[in-house]
Design a binder for this molecule. Structure first.
Ligand code: FES
Length: 109
């Protein structure tokens, strides 16, 4: 199992840690655990940008760079894009990401 922690803003300093399966996307792991704040309207088809997350270091540096399609969609996030913005449907979880920590943006719409 891969542990992933979602932080929902300043009122959530401890975050919510969930167990994900290898090969699962971060978006699917969030949905399986009923994490609020990941809408994922398109179901991972890379057409909605409502699965926006902000990836904390050192994890950001361990992710492969965003593909051009993801990079394009990051231009459509409701909350302003940050340097550490990624789309959670495009993050594939593996043992190397055990402990991954991400912040949820204030809104997905
Ligand atoms: S779920 Fe729609 S872009 Fe990620």
């Amino acid at each position: 199992m891969i542990r992933v922690t979602f932080f929902a803003g300043p009122d959530d300093p401890r975050g919510t840690t969930v167990a994900a399966k290898p090969g699962q996307s971060l978006m699917r792991a969030a949905q399986a655990a009923d994490i609020e704040g990941i809408a994922a309207d398109c179901g991972g088809a890379l057409t909605c940008a409502t699965c926006h997350v902000l990836v904390r270091e050192p994890w950001l540096g361990r992710l492969p760079p965003s593909a051009p399609d993801e990079d394009d969609m990051l231009g459509f996030t409701a909350a302003p894009r940050q340097a550490n913005s990624r789309l959670s449907c495009q993050i594939r979880l593996g043992a190397d990401l055990d402990g991954l920590a991400v912040d949820l943006p204030p809104t997905q719409y």
